[in-house]
Design a protein. Structure first.
Length: 211
């Protein structure tokens, strides 16, 4: 009898301890991105372009945590705007993350066509028509399809100027530009754009890009 009571008490104790440990250290949540019944919709570049408010080509220059981890905010240097009018050279786009959340992942230094919603001047959100499709490769075929869908030529960002040094004796090249003088480099100019000499100041040739 005593043995039976002892075993019953021991079982109750073990169960109580297991419950306490479970609530003290709950298992880490797991995320899984499951496709819809059947398969993912076969959206085209034109579909994604038409659905997004803003479409642009740019290079990721920084990644930071958004308000809710593991969602990431990308700081992007814009090369050209395809849709939504023009905007600043530097924009932020929130809404990137791991594939387990069905999101697109981007890395610093990568150049993409971005689909987004919002205002470029105050912050953009990545636009998803399906899973993993907030960006497309910035290759000639994709860019041609985006331009065809929009029906007009892309536009350059606000303040899209390039400074080149003056080559002359005794006049230093402008390599001491400050952060507020952030400009795109000649190598950033999209294909099809040319340089038009507008003026010359102490920094060198003040060049403006035009199509």
């Amino acid at each position: 009898m005593k043995r039976r009571l002892f075993l019953s008490a021991l079982i109750v104790y073990i169960l109580a301890l297991a419950v306490a440990l479970f609530f003290a250290n709950p298992p880490a949540p797991t995320c899984a991105c499951t496709p819809p019944p059947g398969s993912l919709p076969d959206y085209t570049v034109a579909d994604r372009t038409n659905a997004a408010e803003v479409v642009l080509e740019g290079t990721v220059i920084a990644l930071t945590d958004a308000d809710y981890y593991p969602i990431m905010k990308a700081t992007v240097k814009v090369h050209q705007y395809f849709k939504g009018g023009s905007g600043p050279v530097i924009v932020t786009i929130t809404g990137f993350g791991p594939s387990s959340l069905c999101l697109s992942w981007v890395n610093v230094g990568e150049r993409w066509v971005f689909y987004a919603t919002g205002n470029p001047s105050s912050g953009l959100e990545a636009h998803y028509l399906s899973q993993f499709d907030a960006v497309d490769p910035a290759d000639p075929q994709t860019i041609a399809e985006v331009i065809a869908a929009v029906g007009q030529d892309p536009v350059l960002p606000f303040g899209y100027y390039v400074y080149l040094p003056v080559i002359s004796v005794g006049e230093p090249a402008p390599y001491n530009l400050k952060a507020e003088d952030l400009v795109l480099q000649p190598s950033d100019i999209p294909s099809g754009y040319e340089l038009d000499r507008m003026s010359r100041d102490r920094l060198g040739f003040h060049m403006k890009c035009y199509r």
